[in-house]
Design a protein around this ligand. Sequence first.
Ligand code: DC
Length: 233
Amino acid sequence: MPSRPDGIVIAIDGPSGAGKSTIARLLAERLGYIQIDTGAMFRAAALLLSLAGVDLDDLAAVEQFCRTIDIRLELESGRQVVRANGADVTDKIRSAEMSLLTSLTATLKPVREALLKAQQQMGSRGGVVLEGRDIGTVVFPDAEIKFYLSASVAERARRRCEELISKGEPVSLAETVADVEKRDQQDSERDIAPLRQADDALLIDSSHLSIDEVLSSMEAICRKKIENMGTTL
Ligand code: DC
């Protein structure tokens, strides 16, 4: 087990809409850890690539562009802010359109390589909850705790639909189910770092569990591990 100065690395992977972001945020808050939403980093990269009009089929151009991007996750007045080349893109990256575009750009090797380095650097001191698709398999295969959070397609689509409608984006359930299925397929069938449960990850199916139930069981597991490792919170 690696020892890190600020605590352990907690990896949460799973498909879209399984509740990773909410759980990762609350778990980080309870443990006094930093939350690293790697999906937000992929979303910010996708936005920058699209705004710059980079041809996604031209991998040399994508690679060159990725060298110029600076994506940061900052905590401003208790709110997680995503900055892409200095601009606050926190809300802009959350649309249904950006979700599909991100899933596509996340298949590109230069994008993944650029973000992989940044993510490993951000988490290297420990004391972090990283959420994504490949944290336990690729970014931190040596994470002290790995969770794989899942839920049925119907439940994930229902939650996503509710979230988008509450943000004023009118979507239908049928179209959200189709989007979720398409993203699942893109995320798990890509060649590089596909969505996959690590062999040593703990599977949690949140379909019939409340956020609080999921959170409590995950928190208990983390605290036990932290205690056993003699790491202070
Ligand atoms: O978690 P999210 O829905 O915000 O992620 C957006 C997209 O980014 C998703 O389609 C998969 C991709 N992603 C990835 O490929 N690897 C990660 N570690 C995180 C997200």
